[in-house]
Design a binder for this molecule. Structure first.
Ligand code: BGC
Length: 768
């Protein structure tokens, strides 16, 4: 089901549009109730006045609703999904008309949603407009890099802009709600959905998640360029046992709070409008009926927006083993504070009866309904239910140049150069003008689907610039030819001969390989992380031709590429860069853009090292090569293949002079930490300078390093710059032995450098 939802490659059918009035005031028959309410509430000014006005409106509307209509407002259905475009099951149409379904997802395009909105507004008794949700995860029709790739820019502002542009395009396509951002931190690349988050680090995850919320929602939900965002998946979905999607999560509360919750919390602090509960159980409780919703999300963090389930998740409380039947499942979810039922239909089927049987208090339903009505109010839907449904605006915004330009910019900023050896006297990359012949070999060479990554949803393959197209534009005088060599899956080597012949004929080979778009993402866990299919064999065969080879790897997760890393002279990690991936890649390979990305997730050497991350605790027997009885493997080093924070560019950047303005601070004080960086190369660079600390002795054990801050600094060739960070005692806080969030006095290390492994170190004391 979920993969077909992404297979949307064929243009939408033309949907007959009836003539409708575009504003309530022009409408004759519909919406009498709401009009009356809006008119009656005129004249309340100021923010408090606005809020009072909204509450009065919502209360009055609620008082007019039957129990069935209330349940309708907390019901969300998919419009269905076929490869020719969205199609609404006739039942759902009737549900909308009957006021039994107040929210739809997987329906988009103005023509289509206008039709549905008209049903809700003109044909249902109360005329309450629909919410239209959709998985706008990294762009809508024009696709940007997968979120994990984008995070490798270490530029939350870039992510904010991606989200803002996605919102603009999606809202112009008739949507008002996106199921994004994904705040799920993950340290397990077996889990395919690692592609959707920001990586393994809480600080980075929090900054990116908050930026995306701000991007989607802007400062006014009723602006026609913004969407309501949905934080997902609450909570700790990114740590399933064995990396298998939907599987059990069982972690200490300390780790949950310290590592996994900060990105979710950051989204709430940034004003997220809605939250989605996750499929997994956490420490014995399925998220959809978990007390964490009430205790952490609502009471502790003060979230008062809509909490929606994930797809059919209320029904899953039965196989989870906490509900006897679907009525019981509905009861548990509602009691836990889950406002809206996505797709299980259980609220619709059972809540009215449960109220009559006095198993559920109608006031709990009222609370949930009010949250939904408030959201519709904030989106401006009661004022104008067609505000996101303007066909002219859709034509202006969809596919527009600013989206295309941003796709190139975000794509090139997300790529990470892992290796660039000297070949024939100079680094292989960038490819300067001149090679007479370039061979582009591999299943990504001419590919316009997989470059979009998972959850490209409504992304348009026809707007894609492929790898070969990008290179041809960049090198118009070069003879550029392509050969697929093999596919992503099978053992079929019949394309090898052609690929080898092409390599032999060329001056440089660009090997465009990796994962296709369904090999990561939802329900795409893998137990082996090598290149899928026979791509490894293809790579080895191409290397034997003796030609200079650049491996460009497209993937939704880290892969175990030890052989490539040892044997191929240049390796660029392109993630899945989106619609203009070919242009972005050409900019990087040609040196028009000096790659600046750094990994936000550790690359393991093999699956046995997982979970592997830069911030483990030390153990009582840290690795010592001379002592057998220390924490290590017999068959693989402890170190990863590439550490968190790693990435190189075309200029060498040297670090020196780590300096602290003092060696001791008190609680409430800050310390200035500075370092000198120097661009020793010929290319303008942007260096991501990273600051880590280590709390040497604590009431509980502390990680060997924790990222505390970072800066991306432009630096010209030959330039030296001093980069300064302010480190406050609050940055040293953690959950102590009593689970209090405090800093403890004592000695700390502060480390600054280009990645989590190569660091300059100094010490300071936090005085008692
Ligand atoms: C995914 C969610 C998504 C939802 C709606 C689920 O399977 O887990 O991330 O938002 O489907 O499409």
């Amino acid at each position: 089901m979920h993969t077909t939802r992404q297979h949307q490659t064929i243009p939408y059918p033309v949907i007959r549009r009836r003539t409708i009035s575009r504003t309530y005031t022009k409408a004759g028959i519909f919406f009498p109730m709401i009009i009356a309410l809006l008119l009656g509430l005129k004249g309340c000014g100021g923010p408090q006045g606005q809020e009072d006005k909204r509450e009065q409106f919502v209360d009055s509307l609620l008082s007019e609703m039957t129990l069935e209509e209330k349940v309708g407002q907390i019901t969300l259905y998919t419009s269905g999904w076929t490869i020719t475009g969205p199609a609404l099951d006739s039942n759902y149409r009737q549900y909308i008309i009957d006021g039994r379904c107040g929210n739809i997802f997987n329906a988009h395009t103005v023509a289509y949603n206008l039709e549905l909105q008209r049903l809700a507004v003109e044909e249902s008794r109360l005329g309450i407009p629909l919410l239209f949700g959709y998985d706008v995860i990294h762009g809508h029709r024009i696709i940007f890099p997968i979120p994990l790739g984008e995070a490798c820019s270490w530029e939350p502002e870039l992510a904010r802009r991606s989200a803002a542009l996605s919102a603009k395009e999606a809202a112009a396509s008739g949507l008002n709600w996106t199921f994004s951002p994904v705040a799920d931190l993950s340290r397990d690349p077996r889990w395919g959905r690692i592609a959707e988050g920001s990586g393994e680090d809480p600080l980075l995850g929090a900054r990116f998640t908050a930026a995306r919320v701000r991007g989607y929602q802007g400062s006014d939900l009723s602006d026609k360029n913004t969407l309501a965002a949905c934080l997902k998946h609450f909570a700790v979905y990114g740590a399933p046992e064995a990396g298998r999607d939907y599987n059990t999560v069982d972690l200490s509360m300390r780790t949950i709070r310290e590592v996994y919750l900060p990105p979710y919390k950051a989204a709430v602090d940034a004003g997220i409008a809605t939250v989605m509960s996750s499929f997994n159980e956490i420490n014995g409780q399925p998220a959809t009926s978990s007390r964490y919703v009430e205790e952490i999300l609502r009471q502790e963090w003060g979230f008062d927006g809509v909490l929606v389930t994930d797809y059919g998740a209320i029904a899953e409380l039965i196989p989870h083993g906490v509900a006897t039947d679907s009525a019981h499942a509905g009861e548990l979810a509602l009691e836990a504070g889950v406002d809206m039922d996505m797709q299980s239909g259980i609220y619709m089927k059972h809540l009215s009866d449960l109220v009559k049987e006095e198993k559920v208090d109608e006031q709990v339903i009222d609370k949930a309904v009010k949250r939904v009505l408030r959201l519709k109010y904030d989106l401006g839907l009661f004022e104008d239910p067609y505000r996101y449904l303007d066909p002219e605006w859709e034509k202006t915004v969809v596919h527009s140049q600013e989206l295309i330009d941003h796709s190139v910019e975000a794509g090139r900023r997300s790529m990470v150069l892992l290796k660039n050896d000297v070949v024939n006297g100079s680094p292989l990359l960038p490819i300067k003008e001149g090679p007479a012949r370039i061979a582009v070999i591999g299943p990504m060479a001419d590919n316009r689907i997989d470059i979009l990554g998972s959850w490209h949803a409504a992304g348009d393959p026809e707007m894609v610039v492929t790898v070969s197209e990008g290179l041809r534009k960049q090198f118009p005088d070069t003879d550029i030819r392509t050969a697929e060599g093999c596919d992503f899956y099978t053992g079929d080597k019949s394309g090898f001969a052609e690929a080898l012949a092409l390599a032999a004929f060329s001056d440089v080979v660009i090997l465009a390989i990796g994962e296709n778009y369904v090999q990561s993402g939802e329900a795409a866990s893998r137990s082996e992380l090598g290149l899928p299919g026979v791509q490894q064999e293809l790579t080895e065969a191409i290397m034997k031709t003796g030609k200079p080879v650049v491996a460009v790897i497209f993937a939704g997760r880290p892969l175990t590429i030890n052989w490539i890393s040892e044997n191929v002279p240049a390796v660029l990690w392109a993630w899945q860069p989106g619609s203009r991936g070919g242009d972005a890649l050409a900019d990087v390979l040609s040196g028009e853009y000096n790659p600046s990305g750094k990994l936000t997730v550790t690359f393991p050497r093999n699956v046995g090292q997982i979970p592997i991350y830069y911030s483990p605790r030390n153990s009582g027997r840290p690795f010592n090569p001379h002592d057998k009885y220390t924490s290590k493997y017999l068959d693989v080093p402890n170190e990863p293949l590439y550490p968190f924070g790693y990435g190189i560019g075309y200029s060498e950047i040297a670090y020196s002079n780590l300096n602290l303005d003092r060696n001791e601070i008190s609680f409430g004080d800050s310390l200035q930490v500075s370092v000198t960086i120097e661009n020793r190369g010929e290319y303008v660079a942007e260096e991501i300078v990273q600051l880590y600390t280590r709390d040497l002795v604590g009431s509980v054990t502390r990680p060997v390093k924790e990222l505390k801050n970072f800066q991306k600094v432009p630096i010209a060739p030959g330039e030296q710059k001093t980069v300064t960070f302010s480190l406050h005692s609050d940055h040293l806080k953690f959950y102590d032995i009593d689970m209090e969030f405090v800093a403890e006095p004592g000695e700390f290390e502060v480390m600054v450098g280009p990645n989590s492994s190569d660091l300059l170190t100094a010490r300071f004391t936090l005085a008692d």
